[in-house]
Design a protein around this ligand. Structure first.
Ligand code: GCV
Length: 616
């Protein structure tokens, strides 16, 4: 199906001929397609450099422009040039780029039945009814979208490997190889999620990583897999997490578990991406000592230096689980002898289901600033893609895919404003005033969402499982370790040294910043501290008043946003989706405002100082 929606280059939704087999051919094709409209006089020469890989140079002289680099570098350079032309940027005479991260991954949580775990853009682009089922035109579109922002690895199945997805590397290799071939010309390598207990489906009686039969099974399996797909990027693994099998069953630690798989992949150049989302999901809510966000650090940091060199530990950006506001995960700061990948979630699981507008750039910027120099060497993001007519569901959710590509290429050049502006300019080509309106809405959207949902970093007030809409006590008496512990006087958990001690997992500067109430950012105050409702915030308001104000202001922002969007000259296909979604966002924000204000009013008995309507 041909996508009618606009993406950041006008031609990205169109098909690319299936005959193109390598990135240089794709680069030539894209240039020939776009230059007649963007710069009809410009001559662009491609100069492949056998020693180069993903970096590229763009040199301009009186005869035209020369892009040099390895095949993928040339493709990235071609997109860079076309975007600069489309955005009306002036071209420097000489320009070189090198990606900061070697692996720039998208993780799809697609199930073989076609459903997508936490997917908000329709069904899978790869699977339906327990088998491969895809439109090659759509996959080429995806390859092109990814390459245009430098993304180079695509993991196509859910980390929760559900039957029969384990067959991907067993019975479905020919189909997998066909899909790998579709993405290859765009410089995108496939990756697959595997099930740790996979050998046990094949007569091996255990999945113990130290058992020689298990190692032998994986060695053999990797030989077969790499014969079919020699450039497979590797395996992604969720082990001992939320009921998934893993090495703990056999009394082995995660270095022992990961290294076994890494050794099977090693002769083929494959990487083992091992997720660190490991915590006790069967906690008793009465247990106030166990503090879930401390878990990853406790499971992994003592193993620093014990992982093989082709293992990459993939750590979520925050220590909980992609909540609206989280501090950087301390695990990312504590493993100097280990390869680390940071995992973001483009899918808006807790951030509005791609119904509510939520541009993620501000979050990336904050986390990256706290990371400083460290051993993070790769980036991953949970996909926000699906087979909806608009591949990201909400047309504005494309800014997160676009921006993530730029971030993973080089975070130092990916500031929120420039991402939002470039994306808006390239996608819609509005006049200046409308462009400003859209850019401002995007930049404000995260703060607004945060205002009408769970307050000041408290997390988890969402409807259980679904994770859209308010349910303040929805997770309070459950086993997931997700408690706010609000009573009539106070709310939150003390995570400083006097409480659970979580803050002690940070290097001194961050520990002190978060532990000290006066330096802890307001938006994280309830993440780190238990506060009385009459606690006076730095701006003089009480905590309860700040909560009430935020709910009213967050909702008011959505009302205004609806007005502003209705006057934007959006193309018809996008307008319908955008206006439908903002109406739903308004209903959602109203529920959040009223449910949370009522919840806090009933607990505290404190009236709103401004006398606004709070339901009792
Ligand atoms: C793929 C959260 C989500 C799950 C997801 C899990 C993970 O718990 O709600 O759907 O499972 O994170 O990241 O593994």
């Amino acid at each position: 199906m041909r996508d009618q929606h606009l993406y950041w280059l006008p031609f990205l939704a169109q098909d690319v001929p299936a005959e193109l087999t390598d990135p240089i051919q794709v680069a030539r094709f894209e240039l020939d397609l776009a230059l007649p409209q963007l710069a009809p006089e410009l001559q662009v020469y491609l100069a492949p450099d056998a020693d180069a890989d993903e970096g590229f140079s763009i040199l301009r002289n009186d005869n035209g422009v020369t892009i040099s680099g390895g095949p993928r570098g040339i493709l990235y350079g071609a997109y860079k040039l076309l975007m600069a032309l489309a955005a009306g940027e002036s071209l420097p005479r000489s320009h070189s780029q090198q990606p900061k991260y070697a692996l720039r991954m998208i993780n799809c949580w697609d199930n073989a039945d076609g459903d997508i775990e936490r997917g908000y853009s329709g069904r899978s682009l790869f699977f339906e009814s327990g088998r491969f089922d895809y439109d090659p035109i759509r996959l080429r579109q995806l390859g092109r979208l990814m390459a245009s922002v430098g993304l180079n690895v695509l993991c196509i199945n859910n980390v929760n490997v559900r039957n029969p997805a384990h067959r991907l590397i067993e019975d479905w290799l020919p189909e997998l190889a066909d899909v790998a071939a579709i993405f290859r010309p765009f410089g995108v390598k496939l990756m697959v999620s595997i099930d740790y207990s996979q050998p046990m489906r094949h007569g091996v009686t255990t999945a113990d990583p130290l058992d020689p039969q298990v190692q032998a099974w994986w060695n053999r399996q990797c030989e077969v897999v790499y014969q079919a797909i020699p450039d497979l990027a590797g395996f992604l693994v969720k082990a001992d997490s939320e009921h998934r099998p893993g090495p703990f069953t056999y009394g082995r630690n995660h270095a022992e578990g990961a290294n076994m798989l890494a050794r099977a992949l090693k002769p083929h150049g494959g990487k083992l991406i091992w997720r660190c989302f490991v915590y006790n999901c069967q906690q008793d809510w009465r247990d106030a000592v166990t503090d879930r966000p401390m878990a990853a650090y406790q499971h992994y940091v003592y193993l620093d230096g014990q992982f093989d060199d082709n293992v990459i530990l993939q750590v979520k950006n925050g220590p909980f689980d992609f909540q609206v506001r989280e501090p950087v995960s301390p695990t990312l700061l504590a493993m100097p002898k280990t390869n680390l990948a940071i995992e973001w979630q483009l899918a808006q699981e807790y951030t509005g289901h791609q119904i509510d507008i939520y541009a993620m750039m501000g979050m990336w910027q904050e986390v990256m600033a706290d990371l400083g120099s460290n051993t993070v060497m790769a980036m991953a993001a949970v996909s926000n893609l699906g087979n909806d007519d608009c591949i990201t569901g909400h047309p504005f959710a494309a800014v997160n895919l676009f921006g993530y590509g730029l971030l993973a290429w080089n975070p130092d050049e990916a500031d929120p404003e420039s991402i939002a502006r470039t994306w808006a300019k390239l996608t819609y080509r509005f006049g200046q005033a409308d462009e400003d309106t859209l850019v401002n809405l995007l930049l404000e959207s995260r703060g607004a969402y945060e205002k009408y949902t769970a307050p000041l970093g408290i997390c988890w007030m969402v409807v259980p499982h679904e994770h859209y809409g308010p349910s303040p006590d929805g997770y309070e008496y459950q086993a997931w370790g997700t408690y706010h512990r609000a009573n009539r006087d106070a709310i939150g958990i003390d995570r400083t040294a006097s409480g659970t001690g979580y803050a002690e997992q940070y290097p001194a500067a961050l520990r002190d910043r978060y532990s000290n109430l006066s330096t802890c950012p307001d938006e994280l105050k309830l993440w780190f501290h238990r506060l009385r409702y009459d606690y006076v915030m730095p701006d003089g308001r009480t905590l309860i008043q700040r909560i009430y104000d935020d709910k009213f202001e967050g909702y008011a922002w959505v009302e205004e946003a609806e007005q502003k969007l209705s006057s934007l000259p959006l193309p018809e296909a996008d307008r319908k989706l955008v206006m439908d979604r903002i109406a739903r966002q308004k209903r959602n924000a109203r529920e959040w405002r009223d449910v949370l204000n009522t919840f806090f009013y009933r607990l505290s008995g404190v009236e709103d100082a401004r006398g606004r309507k709070i339901y009792d």
